[in-house]
Design a protein around this ligand. Structure first.
Ligand code: 13P
Length: 342
């Protein structure tokens, strides 16, 4: 029996749980491994991800789904068990990053368009066969004095909508991720600018999803939070980030969308947790609000692991702690002193 898209989407944003983004491309995972002095071989990538997926406390209690890079979807654990089976055994839904990355958008020097639509229908059938029940496509929107252009907002929203429609046709729930980047050099990139640009991108996104006939009950939105640009020199309180983020989402995201799972985007582990918890504690919202973090779920575990078998248990404990903190944030019950207690 094929599962309903709506049921998969609801499982992906289950109460007090969220998504582990472990879909770093070969280039990105190399950068992460460089930071701990480990060579990025196929086996090292497997060992690292196997360590995460076998972290029972974290996976069973706080992780509803895992986004994989294509290599991992077809990879086997050291004992021969497919990694996908480890994820399913922990009660989480396996997912797959299907975009082929952000490339230069013609006519602009800094903006990007995400590629990967050609042949996607056939790839999705293969991914479904391998066990994937949701997918991810990430678009990036760059803030500068002169950008974003309408062309980049529109072209990326259109590609995301075409991707989402193809996923649903294949029985796969699309995670729609139009990310307004928080890095960037520009002094004008304060929190107001982030709010304005994110609202624009999301308005365009839901318009395109409507034109493409996407069933909103069978998708998950993965947006950025509303934060000041990292190099803008300005700071915002947790309450301000929560207030602005919830306002933009309420203005743009129909109540039929079951859940919104944020990216961490370069926020510190604790900031990403504190912001999410504040939103859930302070506001009533029509959708589940949770996490789909990459860096903010993995950074501590990656460091504790350091590429050594003898560190696996410590790395799994670090992952469990971060996952638990975020699980509480998804319920709005996280407190800063819980970090110190650990
Ligand atoms: P970060 O949480 O590290 O931003 O990664 C999430 C993700 O999947 C970006 O596409």
């Amino acid at each position: 029996m094929t599962e309903r898209l709506e049921d998969i989407a609801i499982a992906m944003v289950a109460e007090g749980q969220g998504i582990l983004a472990a879909d770093e491309s070969t280039g990105t995972i190399k950068k992460r491994f460089d930071s701990i002095g480990v060579e990025s071989t196929e086996d090292a990538r497997r060992d690292y991800r196997e360590m995460l997926f076998r972290a029972e406390e974290a996976m069973k209690n706080y992780i509803s789904g895992v986004i994989l890079f294509e290599e991992t979807l077809f990879q086997k654990a050291a004992d021969g068990t497919p990694l996908v089976d480890l994820i399913k055994a922990a009660g989480a839904v396996p997912g797959i990053k299907v975009d082929k990355g952000a490339q230069a958008l013609s006519g602009t020097s800094i903006e990007k368009i995400t590629e990967g639509l050609d042949g996607l229908r056939d790839r999705l059938a293969k991914y479904y066969e391998a066990g994937a029940r949701f997918a991810k496509w990430r678009a990036v929107i760059t803030i500068s004095d002169a950008t974003p252009s309408h062309n980049s907002i529109h072209a990326n929203a259109h590609a995301l909508a075409r991707y989402a429609a193809l996923c649903q046709e294949a029985g796969i729930v699309p995670i729609v991720e139009p990310e307004v980047l928080m890095d960037g050099e520009h002094s004008t990139h304060g929190i107001e600018r982030c709010e304005m640009v994110t609202e624009w991108a999301l308005k365009e996104q839901f318009q395109e999803l409507y034109y493409a006939g996407v069933n909103l009950e069978g998708m998950v939105l993965k947006p950025n939070m509303i934060v000041p640009g990292q190099k803008s020199g300005s700071k915002a309180s947790i309450e301000e980030v929560a207030e602005r983020t919830v306002r933009v989402l309420k203005n743009c995201v129909p109540a039929s969308v079951p859940g919104i799972a944020f990216l961490s985007g370069g926020q510190s582990d604790e900031e990403a947790t504190a912001h999410l918890s504040a939103m859930n504690a302070m506001y009533d919202m029509p959708w589940k609000l949770t996490y789909s973090y990459g860096r903010a779920l993995q950074a501590a575990a990656l460091k504790a692991w350091g590429g050594k078998t003898e560190n696996v248990a410590a790395a799994q404990r670090a992952f469990a702690h971060r996952a638990k903190m975020n699980g509480m944030a998804a319920l709005g019950t996280w407190q800063a002193d819980l970090e110190k207690a650990a």
